[in-house]
Design a binder for this molecule. Structure first.
Ligand SMILES: Cc1cc2nc3c(=O)[nH]c(=O)nc-3n(C[C@H](O)[C@H](O)[C@H](O)COP(=O)(O)O)c2cc1C
Length: 320
């Protein structure tokens, strides 16, 4: 490592950054190495204009990638800081003997979004409290079965009715689905059949089958089962609605997800109520939340995945 140039180190750090989660696994980021900095820019060609018309989830995803980059840097002896100006995140690095490696580094490559139901076991409340310490202000949790959690389940169901009745939402979702190995190899992104637990099919057939499943009733049946098996629900909220706020929340989210996976717990997203402004406002008022609910997670216990979501190559996300 001592002999590597900063550019070579930067490529290693970027390989950890791109392990971050992103909406529809769209991977909406570009990286540029400039001197001793790495500049992260949004890749607007990966926008999700229907489900994420304000780019909130896009900037949260960038925040997740930024957090991975900064955690990985500590493993190579670099302290780092970032600034967000003119639509770009500029991360500066300083080699330091006093730099302590972040223990979350060990979980960057194994973190994954759990698919399907949880085991149904309850997470001890003390463990939930340790998760909240990551950012007590942004993270709010609700144990399953409470009035608040039941309200969230109803909002997820209402979100499904709205989204699954929206042709544009379904068209966008379908465009990010990958139906077989060749389809995955061509893109290295998106929501893949093997990760979601479906058999491989030719593209035209997969589209037809999935179209018939994208209905409010069938989506609610699936979500009811997952909701019932979750131990807790977790809302992440921002103070404001700026890109800076969303990037900062993405950093908190990634620390939370790495901690969850590193502690033998599992999580998945049920973000519908945070994607539909009327439902988001309802969450604020009914749950008496001062901030803006931006991510809704379920927490529980689950096994290792059979397949992991693919990532585009480091070279393809780097710009000169
Ligand atoms: C901001 C954001 C929003 C997301 N929303 C959802 C969601 O509503 N439903 C869902 O199943 N997954 C959601 N995901 C998870 C992504 O689909 C997942 O991160 C991606 O497929 C890559 O898989 P991995 O997390 O296992 O690496 C979201 C992720 C991010 C970062």
């Amino acid at each position: 490592m001592e002999n590597l140039t900063f550019f070579e180190i930067a490529k290693i750090l970027i390989s950890f950054a791109i392990c971050a989660p992103s909406g529809h696994n769209s991977q909406p980021w570009k990286f540029q190495v400039v001197g001793n900095t790495i500049v992260i820019s949004p890749d607007f060609s990966k926008r999700l204009p229907v489900v994420d018309s304000s780019d909130k989830e896009l900037f949260i995803s960038l925040g997740c990638a930024l957090e991975n980059l900064q955690i990985a840097a500590t493993n190579y002896g670099y302290l780092s800081d970032y600034d967000y100006t003119d639509g770009k995140i500029v991360v500066t690095f300083t080699k330091s003997d006093s730099c302590v490696a972040d223990t979350l580094f060990a979980h960057i490559k194994t973190r994954h979004t759990h698919r399907g139901s949880f085991t149904g076991a309850k997470i001890p409340q003390e463990q939930i409290e340790t998760l909240k310490i990551i950012d007590n202000k942004s993270i709010v949790t609700f144990a399953s079965g409470t009035t608040e959690a039941n309200f969230l389940c109803r909002e997820i169901a209402d979100g499904n009715v709205i989204q699954m009745s929206d042709t544009a939402f379904k068209r966008e979702l379908l465009s990010w689905m990958r139906f077989n190995k060749k389809h995955i190899e061509q893109t290295q992104n998106g929501l893949c059949y093997n990760v979601l637990g479906f058999p491989a099919t030719p593209k035209f057939m997969g589209k037809k089958i999935v179209k018939t499943c994208l209905k409010p009733d069938s989506q609610n049946k699936t979500d009811d089962k997952v909701n019932a098996s979750a131990s807790h629900f977790c809302l992440l909220c921002t103070d404001g609605k700026s890109e800076k706020d969303y990037i900062a929340l993405g950093k908190t989210l990634e620390r939370l997800l790495l901690t969850v996976c590193g502690s033998g717990l599992a999580y998945n997203f049920s973000n519908q109520p945070c994607e539909i402004p009327a439902l988001t406002e309802k969450l604020r008022s009914e749950l008496n939340i001062a901030g803006h609910p931006s991510i809704l997670l379920r927490l529980g216990y689950g096994g290792e995945p059979k397949s992991r979501a693919p990532r585009e190559s480091v070279e393809s996300v780097m710009v000169e």
